[in-house]
Design a protein around this ligand. Structure first.
Ligand SMILES: Cc1cc2nc3c(=O)[nH]c(=O)nc-3n(C[C@H](O)[C@H](O)[C@H](O)COP(=O)(O)OP(=O)(O)OC[C@H]3O[C@@H](n4cnc5c(N)ncnc54)[C@H](O)[C@@H]3O)c2cc1C
Length: 519
């Protein structure tokens, strides 16, 4: 039995492994190569109040301001305070980052931040740098199960004790552990338009749901405004930092499209910019990002330049066609402030978790910080529990083979298409209701009797259906969740969360103000 089985090897999973005591036995399971996922793709950077003129309180303020009255104040406070401390420690320990001529961290500006506080590395290669650092730190410390897909969590009498996984040849194993941690990332790949890696299929949501965990805030999906669109397909993200450096959104005639929409123009909150671009596409035609005025584009954004060139575009000459796509999931598996779920010995960290820090809309570059902060907190908590330290009996061949009769589940492309149409950036009650009726959460008692392919399809379908259910239930518009039939926030929904589990739906309230605030 391992001490800790971490399902997911992105920033959240690896930061947890890095934070655990050296004597702990740790399994890290990744469904693709060890470093594949959204973390490696992060461009803009990591938000932290590192500038002498900045403070965690100012960072908290900015985070709360974009969260549409839905973030948990105490968790945000924890994020920004612990976040600053962690980042200072990681920098002192050699985390790669860009510096100015005096050797101080070079901090970038992004939308809705009141000051420059985005730490970056290699220009737009922050995720790559952070992952390389964490891969190095965990080398020799963990047993990696690469190309192993978690199929089902092992739960007995309300306690989680590991997972059943399948390798690339379809051989199934059980990995038993005292503590099991979901660090499976986001949901972007459930949509046809996305910035995300193909591993971001929301499997962790479905695994947790089947294990009896509560899921929260599933309706809140951030759509990134500027995904490069070539021949109708998403071709990678153009970071908000490009707008931070002065790029403008224009239509085919060169007219600025944000001027009449928000006083902050291109740097308005993401949901505002994304909806404006999507409406323009639907009603008037293509939208472009004009980055021609940015000096030294290639030095500031080397990987964006490379990606544009691969698609026949040169940012110094061509306006870049952009359209929103699914980018980040604010909701997920509900956790306490140390990553624990309501199922004993099951935890969630990183994008798959719902910690309450993002509310209805995430502040740019807060997600890597969230992954680091809550992974470290969970590491501290698990360190207090002591270890068993016997990995030899940690995994066994599973004798169960797929024996059940095939179930009928939607094909991946069809589901992705329906997700963008019905559970996308512009939603309405009728389309959501039709989706939930056509794509219910599949009912399968013994999942392991199905083939691996069917189990993947099962998890995709369950995650999509649960997200649509939450979006249908939230009968208002708030932050990134926009419904054309109820286009404004409703006071009745303020501070209310939708919790979904086997037990059904529970409406909860969230502390969205400082405890000191007198209302
Ligand atoms: C293009 C892009 C740019 C971004 N830029 C920024 C930025 O500048 N700043 C910022 O703060 N955030 C940014 N984000 C968001 C941020 O990158 C993610 O929220 C964060 O990296 C999530 O980390 P994670 O460890 O939770 O998940 P990931 O890094 O996505 O890792 C998920 C892991 O889970 C594994 N996994 C998934 N399902 C299974 C399964 N069933 N079985 C086994 N393993 C599984 C995967 O193999 C992978 O190892 C960006 C995201 C994208 C897509």
């Amino acid at each position: 039995m391992f001490d800790v089985c971490i399902i997911g090897g992105g920033v959240a999973g690896l930061m947890l492994a890095h934070s655990l005591p050296p004597e702990y036995t740790i399994a890290v399971v990744t469904k693709d190569a060890p470093d594949v996922g959204n973390s490696r793709m992060a461009q803009g950077g990591i938000a932290a109040s590192l500038d002498p003129s900045d403070t965690p309180a100012a960072h908290t303020n900015d985070t709360m301001n974009v969260a549409a009255d839905h973030a948990a104040f105490d968790r945000v406070d924890l994020l920004t305070r612990n976040g600053e401390a962690i980042m200072r420690r990681l920098l002192a320990d050699g985390l790669p980052h860009d510096t100015d001529h005096a050797g101080c961290p070079l901090l970038g500006m992004e939308g809705a931040h009141s000051t420059r506080r985005i730490l970056h590395a290699g220009g737009d290669q922050t995720g790559r740098g952070l992952m390389a650092y964490l891969m190095k730190k965990t080398r020799g410390r963990v047993i990696r199960f690469a190309h192993h897909q978690a199929l089902e969590l092992l739960v007995r009498e309300g306690r989680c004790y590991g997972a059943v996984v399948s390798d690339e040849n379809g051989h199934r194993k059980t990995i038993t552990a005292r503590h099991t941690v979901l660090a499976t990332g986001g949901i972007g790949a459930l949509y046809s338009h996305t910035s995300n890696s193909s591993v971001a299929e929301g499997t962790g949501l479905s695994l947790a749901y089947r294990a009896g965990a509560v899921l929260e805030d599933l309706e809140f999906v951030q759509f990134h405004p500027t995904i490069l669109m070539v021949d109708g397909a998403s071709r990678g993200l153009i970071s908000e930092a490009v707008r931070g450096e002065g790029a403008r959104l224009i239509d085919g005639n060169g007219t600025f499209i944000m001027e009449s929409i928000h006083p902050d123009g291109e740097l308005a909150p993401r949901d505002v910019v994304a909806r404006a671009i999507e409406r323009y596409w639907q009603e008037r035609g293509p939208v472009f990002l004009d980055a021609r005025g940015i000096a030294n584009f290639g030095m500031k954004f080397p990987s964006i330049l490379k990606n544009c060139r691969e698609h026949g575009l040169d940012p110094a000459v061509d306006p870049l066609p952009v359209r929103p796509g699914a980018h980040f999931h604010m909701g997920g598996v509900k956790t306490d402030d140390r990553g624990a779920t309501n199922v004993a010995n099951l935890y969630a960290i990183g994008e798959v978790a719902s910690t309450g820090v993002h509310g209805a809309n995430r502040l740019a570059s807060n997600s890597l910080l969230e992954a680091l902060v809550f992974a470290e907190r969970l590491g501290e908590f698990l360190a207090e529990q002591g270890c068993v330290g016997n990995p030899d009996s940690g995994f066994t061949l599973q004798t169960l083979k797929a024996t059940g009769s095939p179930v009928s589940l939607p094909a991946q492309e069809e589901l992705q298409h329906r997700m963008i149409q019905s559970v996308g950036i512009l939603r309405d009650k009728d389309a959501l209701a039709a989706f939930v009726a056509d794509v219910p959460v599949p009912q399968v008692d013994d999942l392991l009797c199905l083939s691996d392919e069917e189990i993947h399809a099962f998890h995709r379908t369950a995650a999509s259906s649960l997200m649509a259910t939450a979006a249908l239930l939230r009968n208002e518009s708030r932050g990134a969740h926009f419904r054309g039939d109820v286009p404004f926030p409703s006071p009745a929904w303020r501070g209310k969360t939708i919790d979904l589990s086997h037990e059904g739906v529970l409406f909860n309230t969230r502390e969205i103000h400082s405890k000191e605030t007198v209302q």
